[in-house]
Write a protein that binds this ligand. Structure first.
Ligand code: 5CA
Length: 445
C-alpha cells in the first residue's frame, strides 16, 4: 500500500476524551472513530489489525478441531424465555421489537441460539463430541462503556460452544480450549494468564478468565509470579489426547492465580512472599463449563450408548476479539506510539523515502516494494512529499515493527537502513539483504 493512496487519518492532538494509552493511540493512529457511546467504526488500519486477530483465532480454533459457523446478531426473545435468561439478563440486553410487535434482542452471547441449532440436528452420542464457534458482534448495554474498544457496547467476540456426552468429555473440551487459548494469545505477542474466576450471568462452576497484566486493567488479580515464567512456545499438541491437554492445564493452573472474585487470602499467603503479586489485569477471554444448564430446559438431548435420552454437557468459551487490540497496545507501546507484535501488525514493514522525487530514491523504493510484495509481504510505503521527521513520526505512531529507510546518501554507498521499532536499532544493508532479512523474520510467523 502506498500511503499517498491510503486512508490513514492520524490525529496530531491527543484526544481529550481518551483516558488510557491504548484508546489515545488508537484514535491518534486513525484506527477507530467513535460512532456513539461504546460503538466504533473501524477505520482501515484498525480493521486490518482486527482481521489479523480474527485470523489467528480462526487458525487456532480449527487447529483444536473446532468448527466455524455464523449465527446472526439479532435473536428472538422466545429462545431466551426457554432458558429463563430473558428476564434475568437485565438492562445490559438491548431489546428490540420488530414491525409485528415480536420481541427481539441484539445478542449479548449465543448459548440459546447454538443450543437450538444443536437440538434441531443432533440426536445421537455418535455425533459427539462437537464444538462449534463463530466470531460475531455482540451488544451489551454496559453502564459505563469506556476505554475505547476495551469496554464497548458493541464488540467482536469469538464464542465457542462444546457439546459432550458426559462430564469427562466436557472437561476435555474445557482443557482443549484452555490449551488453544494459551497458544492463541502467545501468537499475538501476549502473555494471558488463566485465572480462576466467577461465572456471572453465563453460569456454571468451572470457569477461568485469561488476563493480560496491565495497570489500566479493570480487574484486580492475585498470582504467584512463577506463572509468568511459563511459555507455551511451539510445542506440538494432540488436541484429541485428553492426558496431554490435562497435563498442560495442570502446568498452568498449579501456580496460584485468581481474580478478586475468587481470591483466597489463606491460600495466597502459603506462597513465598517474594512471589506473591497483586496487580491489575485486562480480561481477554473466559472459558466456562456449565453442564446441562441450557440443554436441560431447552431439551437438547441425545441418545447415549445404552439407548437412553440424556441432556448434553456444555460449556462456552469466549475471546474478546476487539478488546484484544486495546490489550495488545497496553502491553506494547512507548511514548512515540504503538509497537505491533509481528503476528498482528497491519503492515509487515514500512518503507520511508527520505527524498521523494529523487529519481534514484524513488526507484529504489519501488524495487523494494515490489520485492517485498513478491515474497508475500505487505509493505506500507510512505511516498508522500513530507519531511523525513514527519514520516518517521507517523511510522512510529502506527507501530509497524520494521522500517526500511531509503535516502540518496545511503544509496550512494549501495545501502538502506533496516530499523526495529521495538529497540530503535538500525542496520545498514543492501536493499536485497534488507528485503530477505524482513522475509526471514516473518517466515516463522
Ligand atoms: N458466552 C460466554 C463465552 S462464549 C461469554 O459471553 N463470555 S464473556 O462474557 O466472558 O465474554 C467473553 C469475552 O468477551 C470477555 O472475556 C471479554 O474479553 C470480551 N468482552 C466482554 N464484554 C466486553 C465489552 N463490553 N467490550 C469488549 N469486550 C468484551
Amino acid at each position: 500500500m502506498r500511503l499517498s493512496r491510503y486512508f490513514l487519518p492520524v490525529l496530531k492532538e491527543t484526544p481529550a476524551e481518551a483516558q488510557i494509552v491504548s484508546h489515545r493511540l488508537m484514535l491518534r493512529a486513525g484506527m477507530i472513530k467513535q460512532a456513539s457511546a461504546g460503538i466504533y467504526s473501524w477505520l482501515p488500519l484498525g480493521y486490518k489489525v482486527l482481521r489479523n486477530i480474527e485470523r489467528i483465532v480462526h487458525e487456532e480454533q480449527q487447529r483444536a478441531g473446532h468448527i466455524p459457523l455464523l449465527m446472526p446478531t439479532l435473536q428472538s426473545a422466545d429462545l431466551w424465555r426457554e432458558s429463563g435468561r430473558y428476564d434475568d439478563y437485565g438492562e445490559e440486553m438491548l431489546r428490540i421489537k420488530d414491525r409485528h410487535g415480536r420481541d427481539m434482542l441484539y445478542g449479548p452471547t449465543n448459548e440459546e441460539l447454538i443450543t437450538d441449532i444443536f437440538r434441531s440436528h443432533v440426536g445421537s452420542y455418535k455425533d459427539l463430541p462437537l464444538t462449534l464457534y463463530h466470531i460475531q458482534w455482540k451488544f451489551r448495554d454496559e453502564v459505563r462503556p469506556r476505554f475505547g474498544v476495551m469496554r464497548g457496547r458493541e464488540f467482536l467476540m469469538k464464542d465457542g460452544y462444546n457439546f459432550d456426552i458426559d462430564y469427562d468429555s466436557a472437561m476435555h473440551a474445557y482443557n482443549r480450549h484452555m490449551v488453544s487459548y494459551l497458544r492463541t494469545y502467545e501468537r499475538m505477542g501476549l502473555q494471558a494468564i488463566p485465572m480462576r474466576a466467577d461465572s456471572g450471568p453465563i453460569g456454571g462452576e468451572d470457569t477461568h478468565e485469561f488476563l493480560v497484566l496491565a495497570d489500566t486493567g479493570e480487574s484486580e488479580v492475585f498470582y504467584d509470579s512463577a506463572i509468568t515464567d511459563l511459555k507455551f512456545g511451539d510445542r506440538k499438541v494432540d488436541y484429541d489426547n485428553r492426558d496431554e491437554c490435562a497435563a498442560i492445564v495442570k502446568e498452568w493452573t498449579a501456580p496460584y492465580a485468581r481474580t478478586d472474585e475468587t481470591h483466597d487470602e489463606a491460600k495466597f499467603s502459603e506462597i513465598p512472599e517474594a512471589r506473591r503479586k497483586s496487580s491489575r489485569g485486562i480480561e481477554v477471554g473466559q472459558i466456562f463449563y456449565f453442564g446441562t444448564k441450557y440443554s436441560d430446559p431447552m431439551g437438547a438431548m441425545v441418545t447415549n450408548d445404552q439407548g437412553h435420552k440424556v441432556p448434553v454437557h456444555m460449556g462456552s468459551h469466549g475471546i474478546g476479539v476487539s478488546r484484544l487490540l486495546g490489550a495488545i497496545i497496553e502491553a506494547s507501546h512507548d511514548d512515540k506510539g504503538i509497537i505491533w507484535p509481528e503476528g498482528v501488525t497491519p503492515f509487515h514493514v514500512g518503507i520511508v523515502n527520505l527524498k521523494q522525487g529523487d529519481p534514484e530514491a524513488d526507484v529504489a523504493c519501488e524495487n523494494i516494494y515490489d520485492a517485498l510484495s513478491a515474497k508475500g509481504l505487505e509493505p506500507l510505503y510512505d511516498d508522500r512529499d513530507e519531511r523525513a521527521g514527519a514520516k518517521f513520526a507517523t511510522m512510529d505512531l502506527i507501530g509497524l515493527p520494521w522500517r526500511i529507510t531509503v535516502g540518496p546518501r545511503g544509496l550512494k554507498n549501495g545501502v538502506v537502513e533496516l530499523t526495529a521499532r521495538r529497540t530503535g536499532e538500525s542496520e545498514e544493508l543492501t536493499p536485497e539483504v534488507a528485503v530477505s532479512r524482513v522475509a526471514e523474520i516473518y517466515s516463522g510467523i
